[in-house]
Design a protein around this ligand. Structure first.
Ligand code: FUB
Length: 337
């Protein structure tokens, strides 16, 4: 099958390393792939990693990206097209620096591109830009989404047509600084180990997809006994990089555990949660960050993710895809990338 072929075709000859799959493109560095199927074609909305010489630190200053390129392909394994610059930080009136993990949605006959960036005060906000084409170029709204903060926006459309944005990341993603509802730069990177873990945030989108229809709410993630996960439970608690999909009437919240480098999942019967932690989808990749998205195409499920195979540097990543196999109990086979 395609996984076995990818392993067999591993191009890292001589390094002694085996990779489950190969980078989708090698001409530029890409990360944080949010994949969607629009009109039967796969579009990937990634970060565009670049070398800027910024020092590596827990704030993620070394992720100093300045623009976005969109990739597309007919099917997994098909030719990948890089559509060039879709949005540049210089064309976003409110943004200062760090164009991090984006996402996109199609509604009202338009494509909406959602992206986090630090504003001129160095506070992460979520911006939105629109286009008539899934590959852009996108025109940014003059201001970030009112009431938005932190990073890694993901927009999920439920089967009734309602769209929700999930957002958040701790440490460099600044989620912990919003605990009281107001920005406070003096807060530690995360709560003490015996305190409740921070969850991602969710808000229903307004019909025009340019604003929130309600204030953001915390998403609770519980353990198998119905108790909220604690901050010290860092193999299971939320860190960043959420994704949402629905399967057989259940909502699947998938996310990165950050400093333990796992992609994990939790399920719920409502898009607002509470979610119950279930298990690991993917073991750590090469590089510090792990970030993914999940789509269904032609009857198969796929996970898009990144590692640092091309560069060996945590801030110069490359996006990949592999099949995600579901198990009869509603879970997944854990992937060893
Ligand atoms: O790409 C910058 C940041 O790294 C993303 O926003 C996080 O999810 C992590 O992948």
């Amino acid at each position: 099958d395609s996984t076995a072929q990818a392993l067999a075709a591993d191009s890292s000859a001589g390094s002694g390393k085996k990779y489950l799959s190969q980078p989708l493109i090698k001409e530029i560095y890409t990360a944080d792939p949010s994949a969607h199927v629009f009109n039967g074609r796969i579009y990937i909305y990634p970060s565009h990693d670049i070398e800027t010489g910024m020092p590596e630190n827990d704030n993620g200053d070394h992720f100093a990206m300045r623009d976005y390129h969109i990739l597309s392909m007919d099917s997994v394994g098909g030719k990948v097209t890089d559509h060039g610059v879709a949005l540049d930080v210089k064309d976003v009136p409110w943004a200062g620096r760090q164009m991090w993990a984006p996402d996109a949605a199609f509604k009202n006959g338009k494509y909406y591109f959602y992206f986090p960036a630090k504003d001129k005060q160095d506070v992460f906000r979520i911006g939105v830009a629109t286009s008539t084409s899934p590959t852009g170029p996108f025109k940014a709204e003059p201001k970030p989404i009112a009431g938005s903060f932190s990073i890694d926006p993901v927009v999920f459309e439920d089967t009734d047509g309602t769209s929700y944005m999930y957002v958040g990341g701790i440490w460099g993603g600044q989620l912990q600084r919003w605990k009281t509802g107001k920005y406070d730069a003096s807060v530690k990177p995360e709560p003490a180990p015996n305190e409740l873990a921070l969850g991602p945030k969710v808000a229903k989108m307004s019909k025009d997809m340019l604003s929130f229809a309600e204030p953001v709410k915390e998403v609770k993630i519980l353990d198998e006994n119905g108790k909220p996960l604690l901050s010290g439970d860092n193999k299971r608690r939320f860190f960043e990089g959420a994704w949402m999909h629905k399967y057989q009437d259940k909502y699947y919240l998938t996310y990165s555990t950050g400093d333990t480098h796992l992609l994990v999942y939790a399920t719920a019967t409502s898009p607002y949660g509470p979610f119950t932690y279930k298990g690991v989808i993917m073991n750590p990749v090469e590089g510090w960050t792990t970030h993914h998205s999940i789509i269904e195409k032609d009857g198969k499920w796929y996970i898009f993710y990144h590692d640092t195979q091309l560069s060996g540097k945590t801030w110069l990543r490359n996006v990949k895809v592999t099949e995600l196999k579901r198990t009869p109990d509603g879970g997944f086979e854990t992937i060893n990338p």
